[in-house]
Write a protein that binds this ligand. Structure first.
Ligand code: NAI
Ligand code: MG
Length: 355
């Protein structure tokens, strides 16, 4: 079977890191005759915006809809306002394909280091954050009144629908049940007296259908502290769009940095393609230097393989990342090494070929 993958390299280091991810997929294709991939690349992003006045083609969603997966580097670059690059490309795809589940593993891989003290309790970082990815604080609802006047008021409304809230929580319960792990809800019902009170109620309701899953509930501020002082308490975590965005970058910081954090935007019903991307952005400060860490983008490749049902290969890619981290022969400067982006990709492929 040939899987069709749409590639959107995007801006800054996006093309640099996705090149290495594709190198890994091509190596797997050579190693496993039963697997094949076809790639089609789309030049969308900030350069495209500068030339054409839009981040992607008007019929971009239509063009992508029949692919088996979308592989994205990063979007956003100085010169184009971030809210335009984000809303007109990334969020358009997430919303257009109802990718309402954002899966972000936070795991301290073998060979990786954490800024936390070298204490076994603090090295116990292995969680999966299930972030709501379609509404909530990022619904885009609001108003800007009396602009520039003394009475100026800005409203940014969180939207938490029954359908949207229940489906993400249910999805997280399913993952927890399947993996035999606990599920922690992160919310803020004490201060956000509508949205998060509702969130907590739905979490409680859905939990009735999953008596076998141990549940915990944390306020987001306390959760942020426990991420740092006792990360082992968290296994599967479910949270809203904004909180998920923030705690996963915190988690990335704990588990080796943004160069090592991957995220999948999943459409669980599979009526549209899901999208896989590193959590990091376009890193304009290091773009073009050939020193970006491609491991997050390669972890996204592992997630693509899992999504296609080839968990064996997904696991092998993750193991290869751990080997590269442990052997330290090819690590980029963010990990204390001096290897180039492409040297890391080449080393990963060598490790895969050797096993
Ligand atoms: P960023 O993630 O691009 O960079 C933050 C810091 O981490 C920088 O110092 C950068 O050099 C470093 N870094 C990130 N990825 C790295 C990698 N693979 N290897 C080594 N170092 C790495 O976030 P920033 O600077 O806030 O945003 C830059 C642009 O990216 C903005 O336009 C922003 O809107 C966009 N962005 C896009 C995202 C996406 O496409 N999903 C996500 C986050 C930001
Ligand atoms: Mg983010």
């Amino acid at each position: 079977m040939t899987y069709r993958i749409a590639v959107i390299p995007g801006d800054g280091i996006g093309p640099e890191v996705t090149t290495e991810g594709l190198k890994v997929l091509k190596t797997i294709e050579e190693l496993d005759p039963s697997l094949s991939f076809s790639f089609e690349s789309f030049p969308w992003g900030c350069e495209y915006y500068t030339e054409n006045g839009k981040m992607m083609d008007d019929d971009g969603i239509e063009k992508l809809k029949d692919f088996d997966a979308i592989y994205l580097g990063a979007v956003g670059f100085p010169g184009v306002p971030d809210h335009i690059s984000l809303w007109d490309l990334l969020l358009k795809i997430r919303k257009g394909f109802d990718q309402y589940v954002n899966l972000r593993p936070i795991k301290l891989l073998n060979g990786s280091s954490t800024p936390l003290k070298d204490d076994p309790k603090l090295r116990n970082i292995d969680m999966l954050v299930v972030r709501e990815n379609s509404e909530g604080e990022y619904a885009g609802a609001g108003d800007w009144l009396f602009k520039g006047k003394p009475e100026e008021v800005v409203l940014q409304t969180g939207v938490f629908s029954r359908k949207g809230t229940e489906r993400i929580i249910r999805h997280a319960f399913e993952i927890a049940k399947e993996s035999g792990k606990s599920l922690t809800s992160i919310s803020k019902g004490n201060a956000l007296n509508y949205s998060m009170v509702f969130w907590d109620e739905v979490f409680e309701e859905v939990s009735q259908d999953y008596p076998e899953v141990t549940t915990y509930s944390y306020l987001v501020d306390a959760a942020a502290m426990f991420f740092v002082t006792d990360p082992g308490r968290f296994e599967i975590v479910v949270t809203s769009n904004l909180f998920g965005d923030i705690v996963t970058d915190l988690g990335a910081g704990l588990a080796g940095g943004l160069g090592l954090a991957a995220g999948a935007n999943i459409n669980p019903e599979r009526n549209y393609p899901s999208m896989f991307e590193p959590v990091h952005g376009s890193a304009p400060d290091i773009a073009g230097k050939g020193i970006a860490n491609p491991l997050a983008a390669v972890w996204s490749v592992s997630q693509i393989l899992d999504h296609f049902g080839h968990e064996d290969w997904g696991a092998r890619v993750l193991e290869a990342i751990e080997t590269v981290l442990t052997e330290k022969k090819a690590n980029t400067p963010d990990l204390g090494g001096d290897a180039s982006t492409s040297a890391v990709g080449t080393e990963l492929c060598r490790v895969l070929e050797e096993k």
